[in-house]
Design a protein around this ligand. Sequence first.
Ligand code: HAM
Length: 422
Amino acid sequence: MNINVPRGTEDLLPKDTVKWQAIENAYHRLAKIYNYKEIRTPIFERTELFQRGVGDTTDIVQKEMYTFTDRGDRSLTLRPEGTASVARAFVQHKMHGLPEQPTKLYYIGPMFRYERPQQGRTRQFTQFGIEAIGSADPAVDAEVISFAMESYQTLGLKSLKLVLNSLGDHESREAHRQALVDHFKPVESELCGDCQQRLEKNPLRLLDCKVDKDHPAMQNAPSILDYLNEYSANYFEQVKKHLDHMGIDFVVDETLVRGLDYYTHTAFEIMSEAEGFGSITTLSGGGRYDGLIQDLGGPEITGIGFALSIERLLMALEAEKVDLEEDETIDCYVITMGEEAKYAGSKIVDQLRKTGISTDQDYLDKKMKAQFKAADRNKARLALIIGENELNEGIANLKNLETGDQKSISLEEIVEKVKAEL
Ligand code: HAM
């Protein structure tokens, strides 16, 4: 019987989790710097949330959701993304009533999509995302984009490309929608089955089709930028001006539509341009969502956010050969020889740990030399050596494994001496 991990998922072993922890710590720090507070929502939600939030016509809802019926006959879905859940929590807890607006939230956690696994695409992946809900100020769009870029740059990535577009407000989108229908209707029969349906339900999704992407009608499809009304065009200009002021480079790509239905106005993606990065180059994406909070039963309030996956971030770090600062060291390894020393050693290990000094010892009855090797493998900074003779004299040898210096210390003042050496 094969009981390995399910396809599209992976185990993270200690050699991996040190990297993950370094990244997660960096993101908690960055969220503090930008003043975003953490929110944790359930891993599964009512299926309807994603149907309404992400959109019925998206690939995510139509093809990629892990949906199941629980024993109470409810349809539940493992979350495919974080924004719908955060928006639901915002509405459920009436967060628009909090004194400080916009509400600025961040999350880190696993998301699930039934996609064909390949490099950079797994069925369980981990998103870090932020959402700023409650302000229609273009400066917030720029803040979110700045956060996204900074989150890569602070870790040392350089080969990045920021791609920007505007999907306009409701009115602009309606005008564009009509133009798309007029454009594609004459060639409807040449399009794939999905696209024929999209033409009825949500023609914008046509521009995202992987099957028809080379159809000639795609090349000269109407651009949303030609259909922005004055408010939307002005909004987009202001976002770009903020980015210019902040010194954030971008390119406008009018074909960027994103794969989720809730977007209005600003939409963006960050790509890796690193050599050797896989064929899926999008590192993260986000945008503004005018109608989402209202669609979920909340007030008419807009928000903007972005999300990245840590898996793709790690690929980019590898492609750019960036080493993370991983803390794999321990402070002290206690080496003992003889039975009595072993008891004394266990007590000392316990004492050191209780004062916050990371410490370990041998549990396999190893010889002295092998215990020193274990200290090295554990990347210990200090070794504390206790033999029967030392024990009788009430002392131990403290060796600094980085410099090789060794000195005798009294068992009475072990904690102070170890601390002083660190
Ligand atoms: P998304 O573009 O669907 O947007 O996903 C955001 C990021 O999640 C992608 O750029 C990619 O890094 C990562 N990702 C998506 N699918 C996979 C996968 N199968 N394997 C590995 N990584 C993946 C959203 O999810 C929106 N909620 C973003 C957002 C937040 N918009 C506004 N606020």
